[in-house]
Design a protein around this ligand. Structure first.
Ligand SMILES: *[C@@H]1O[C@H](CO)[C@@H](O)[C@H](O)[C@H]1NC(C)=O
Ligand SMILES: *[C@@H]1O[C@H](CO)[C@@H](O)[C@H](O)[C@H]1NC(C)=O
Ligand SMILES: *[C@@H]1O[C@H](CO)[C@@H](O)[C@H](O)[C@H]1NC(C)=O
Length: 365
């Protein structure tokens, strides 16, 4: 197993070098399946994406003093993403978040998944969409709205899920400093749950600049879904009022964390029920030191707010070491374990039907 993995990494590394540096419009005949790194540049705003896991590798932005910084955690090389376990910048699927006891029943048939988080399935299983090679469909590196579209065909039975699924994700930069992530997935042949999520680890002060407990966050969510000890929702939707989960008015990330620690919870890792419907504000994050701010809009029922509680001594970009609370994640998505919770919004996509998920990040500095 180890040998096979080492060989795979070596092979992909070779193809990585081959693909590096190539950019421009990929025509249909030359769709690229070798692993590469693709840049989108719009003046003082740029990102890097790799088709390994449709992963966002960097988001480069100015700060209020005119210095550039990378506001997401990650690695310098694709090989490190292949080996990594933190889901840095990855596109998570087929079903993001947890599925209790690694199984569900759909249309009378029980499906067994891969348990990779105690008894539960997390983020699609042992080898989710963040650990596969995507095809680059189109890449426009510059101009007024640079973009890249990636495609993945998930096969019937992959990680235990039923039916083929065609998945697309498009990363695009637009004015003035807007990054959009647009996802869709079409079920082919069988009904299946689909719940995609984007797993960037944000630190508006710059990756490796320390913890985010001093960054200010606002969440447009009046309720959350309480969980049991293995982070599976109890099925309730509880008000955030009077709890450490209340970020309806802007507050420092660390300002209420003591209330979690005293309950034996080591940080935020919880799904919020986002107020309203459609494409609407989900969160605003501000970092006083750099003057950077980020507004997130999305069209999903929930957002998992995670404060990188599990990070510890991870060596990332430029040798920087990422620790506990070194970033925050705002993973818009459906609710955890929805496939086993009839009271939660359904994630089932019937054959021929399309799942859609749009995220819009608006930056200022
Ligand atoms: C792979 O990950 C392990 C465990 O995190 C780490 O010790 C090792 O150095 C990593 N190897 C590479 C090539 O990044
Ligand atoms: C997994 O399930 C078994 C059987 O129900 C239980 O005994 C065990 O404690 C569970 N493990 C975890 C990590 O929850
Ligand atoms: C999914 O997204 C891709 C890329 O933007 C697009 O070409 C395709 O038409 C979309 N599929 C559906 C069914 O909307």
């Amino acid at each position: 197993m180890k040998m096979a993995r080492a060989l795979l990494v070596a092979l992909l590394l070779v193809s990585c070098f081959v693909a590096l540096g190539l950019s421009g419009r990929a025509d249909a005949a030359a769709e690229r399946k070798t692993v590469g790194v693709y840049e989108l540049n719009k003046g003082d705003f740029s990102i890097k994406v790799t088709n390994w896991g449709a992963t966002l590798m960097s988001v480069i932005l100015l700060d209020s003093r005119g210095n550039f910084g990378d506001v997401i955690l990650g690695y310098d090389t694709v090989a490190e993403y292949m080996n990594g376990t933190a889901y840095f910048g990855g596109l998570i699927g087929r079903v993001a978040n947890r599925i209790a006891n690694a199984r569900f029943t759909l249309d009378g048939k029980t499906y067994r998944l891969v348990p990779n988080d105690g008894n539960n399935t997390l983020h699609g299983g042992h080898r989710g969409f963040d650990k596969v090679v995507w095809t680059v469909k189109e890449h426009v590196a510059g101009g007024s709205s640079p973009f890249i579209t990636l495609y993945y065909h998930s096969f019937d039975g992959e990680q235990g899920f039923p039916g083929d699924v065609d998945v697309h994700v498009t990363y695009q930069l637009s004015s003035p400093h807007v990054l959009s992530v647009r996802m869709n997935a079409t079920a082919r042949g069988k009904a299946t749950p689909v719940n995609l999520a984007h797993h960037a680890y944000w630190n508006l002060g710059g990756d490796g600049s320390g913890n985010v407990l001093g960054e200010e966050v606002r969440l447009f969510a009046s309720r959350y879904t309480p969980v049991d000890a293995s982070l599976i929702p109890t099925g309730r939707m509880a008000s955030v009022a009077g709890t450490p989960y209340d970020f309806r008015t802007p507050a420092a990330v660390g300002s209420r964390i003591g209330g979690l620690l005293s309950r034996g919870v080591n940080g935020y890792d919880i799904n919020y029920v986002v107020d309203g419907r459609g494409l609407r504000p989900v969160a605003v994050v501000r970092d006083g030191a750099s003057g950077r701010a980020m507004e997130l809009w999305a069209d999903q029922p929930g957002v998992q707010f995670y404060t990188a509680n599990g990070l510890s001594g991870v060596r990332g970009k430029g040798g920087k070491v990422y620790g506990h609370y070194g970033a925050l994640c705002l993973e818009t998505q459906g609710f955890p374990d929805a496939v086993n919770r009839p009271s939660f919004p359904s994630q089932i996509v019937r054959p021929g039907k399309v799942y859609k998920h749009d995220m819009v990040f608006k930056f200022s500095f």
